[in-house]
Ligand binder design. Structure first.
Ligand code: AMP
Length: 183
C-alpha cells in the first residue's frame, strides 16, 4: 500500500463537509463530517474507495477510533468481512483494557482497547474521521504496539496538514481522502 493523499474517490467529498468556526473552543475550525454522512453517495464513495484499497490485502482487522472512526471503520469492516475493534475513550469498555493518554488539539484524553480484542501478530489498519495533530491515533498505535499488532497504515477521511499529524505518526504510513489547509 502506497501512502496517498487526495485520491479521486469519484465524489467531491470536500463539498459535503461543513466547517464550524470556534467549536468546541475559540480558534478551532471544526470539520463536521456528519454532513458528509447525510449524503449517501459520499459515504458510499468513501467506503467503496477503501474497499478497493484494502480488499485482498494482508489486512486482517479494522481498528476504529472513538467516536466518528466507529462509523467509517465499522462500515468498512462489514464490507470487507473483517473484525472491527473499537478504540474507546476511557471509562466505556467493560472488560480489561490497555490505555494510553494523549494531547488533543483541544484538551487531553485517554484511549483504551480491550486486551483480548486482537491477537499478537495480527495485521491491522486504524480508521478515524480526521487527522489533526495525530495525538489520538499515535496513542492508539502505542496500545497496538504493546499488543504486538502490526499496523499497516492509518486511514482518515479528512487531514489538516498544517497541524503536522503525519510527523507525530512518524513511520506509520498515513492515507487520507480530503485535505483542508486550515489549522
Ligand atoms: P488529533 O489527535 O489532534 O489528530 O485529533 C483527531 C481527533 O479529534 C479525531 O478523532 C477528530 O474527530 C477530532 N478532531 C480534532 N480536530 C478536529 C477538527 N478541527 N475538526 C473536527 N474534528 C477534529
Amino acid at each position: 500500500m502506497q501512502a496517498e493523499r487526495n485520491p479521486d474517490v469519484g465524489y467531491d467529498l470536500a463539498s459535503t463537509i461543513r466547517n464550524i468556526p470556534d467549536f468546541p473552543k475559540p480558534g478551532i475550525q471544526f470539520k463536521d463530517v456528519t454532513t458528509l454522512l447525510l449524503v449517501p453517495e459520499a459515504f458510499q464513495a468513501v467506503i467503496a474507495y477503501w474497499e478497493k484499497r484494502y480488499d485482498n490485502t494482508e489486512v486482517e482487522c479494522i481498528v476504529g477510533v472513538d467516536a466518528r472512526g466507529f462509523i467509517f471503520g465499522a462500515a468498512l469492516a462489514h464490507t470487507l468481512g473483517l473484525p472491527f475493534v473499537p478504540a474507546r475513550k476511557k471509562g466505556k469498555l467493560p472488560g480489561e483494557y490497555f490505555e494510553e493518554d494523549f494531547d488533543l488539539e483541544y484538551g487531553t484524553d485517554t484511549i483504551t482497547i480491550h486486551v483480548d480484542a486482537i491477537k499478537a501478530g495480527t495485521k491491522a489498519i486504524i480508521i478515524d474521521d480526521l487527522l489533526a495533530t495525530g495525538g489520538t491515533v499515535a496513542a492508539v498505535h502505542r496500545i497496538l504496539l504493546r499488543m504486538e499488532v502490526h499496523v499497516l497504515e492509518a486511514a482518515f477521511v479528512i487531514e489538516l496538514p498544517p497541524l503536522n499529524g503525519r510527523k507525530k505518526l512518524d513511520t506509520l504510513p498515513v492515507h487520507s481522502l480530503v485535505e483542508f489547509m486550515v489549522d
